[in-house]
Design a protein around this ligand. Sequence first.
Ligand code: TPP
Ligand code: SF4
Length: 491
Amino acid sequence: MSEKIKFGRSPVFFDPFERRPGPIKKNMHYCPGCGHGILHKLVAEAIDHYGIQGKTMFMVPVGCAVFAYYYFNVGAISVPHGRAPAVGTGVCRAKPDSYVISYQGDGDLAAIGFNEFLQAANRGEKMSIFFVNNSNYGMTGGQMAPTTLPGQKTTTTPFGRNVLTDGYPVHVCEMINTLTAPVYIERVALSTTARIMAARKAVFKAIENLRDRKGFSFVEVVSPCPVNLKMNAEQINDFIENQMLKEFPLGCLRDRSAEVPAGTVPEPPAHDVETVKKVLFPQAMEEQGSVRKNTSAIFDRELRIKMAGFGGQGILSLGITLANMARLRNFNVSWMPSYGPEQRGGAASCAVIVSRNRIPSPMISRDCDLFIATTQAAYDKYIGELRPDGILIYDHTAVTPADLPESVIKVGVDAVDVASREVGSAKYVNSVLIGVLSVILEQRGLLDAADQADFEQAFNAAVREKFGKKPGAVELNAKAFAAGRKVLGQK
Ligand SMILES: Cc1ncc(C[n+]2csc(CCOP(=O)(O)OP(=O)(O)O)c2C)c(N)n1
Ligand code: SF4
């Protein structure tokens, strides 16, 4: 056999998986027997083989593979459900020297994002898409997907998919094979070693096309999801071999890569930075005169802030306001929200990073400088992320901090009560907390008087940007900020 069997981890994977929260840094999080891990390995191997790691942009989907950015050491964008080809198109246009890979499940690509996908295929975007067809919505517990087989039981088709009411499986490869633009279309499977080796070839072809900028390449991967289909390893492979592959026959439907000349990298569009800024941030530009370069020591390194509470408390807006304050002062910022599926209530948290430099990852893991907690559950969940010399701000009516090193600076305030009492609504708690924060930074010597005035100006600018059309809200947020300062005895 001429295939070179590779053991060990591809250099395209992180080693260990530091971005993964929790103690397990060596294993992927996929269920045993899942196809995602196998396909990840093949894609990583191909990226390495064709030497495109440095410029690969991975569109990370919504679905079980949402955490691909824990594993692939490449550029990554975590995109909204189904929007990977649309976001990927943006990257292809704005950064034409990058190599865009879209990795999507069947719920993501063939249901919620089908139109984005079809349009990208029809435009012949220069990207490669790996489409994981596991016949169900894996991440959410096994609901019917567009690719579910007739008669197949899922959690939403407990009596089996009824084609009269639920329609027929969608054949994505065959559908895009009617379009002119795609260069390469192949369906492969992961059910046997021989099929995995064939899948490897297809993955390599798609990545080779990507490197050579040949155009739109698409590989559908019929893949095992043993856990949701309640099967063991043998049963799931039988299911694929004897049922799925009858509906989704394997093979290469199109390969025009030999006919298509290798593409050149177009010049990136020339952006007139000042014009773009004026269009995007008119207010910030107007205020440019008042923008001073913040020289305080706190910004000499990245500032990593985590805030957590429950939904409806304005935790996500608190993060957005802090991020916008820094953005208006020309810092790089990232804001990463996390919330439960509930419409209201439930846990809500977000991570904000402010830096003079580029921010490689928006994740905060055990290196948080400042943690704001408004519920005990939030405190318990995230306190481990705070550095031993970090700052903790908590609502002392709801949170009892325990077992913290002496070196942590702890500030307990009744922020929710202050917002209700002084501003008339608990929803202004976020601006109260920013007022509190400004005093703490001042008291710690991290903001001098001029920085402090600038901090407040940036706060007002961020609030005006958000609520400009509602002067009442602007005023109440300013009042909440002042109330927050007063809690710690400052004007
Ligand atoms: C806009 C939106 N709608 C619904 C969801 C819930 N959701 C999360 S993952 C998922 C299904 C993903 O299934 P699939 O694309 O097949 O990927 P798999 O998990 O099987 O790999 C859904 C519906 C969401 N996160 N966002
Ligand atoms: S639910 Fe299915 S697709 Fe998701 S990780 Fe588990 S086996 Fe893989």
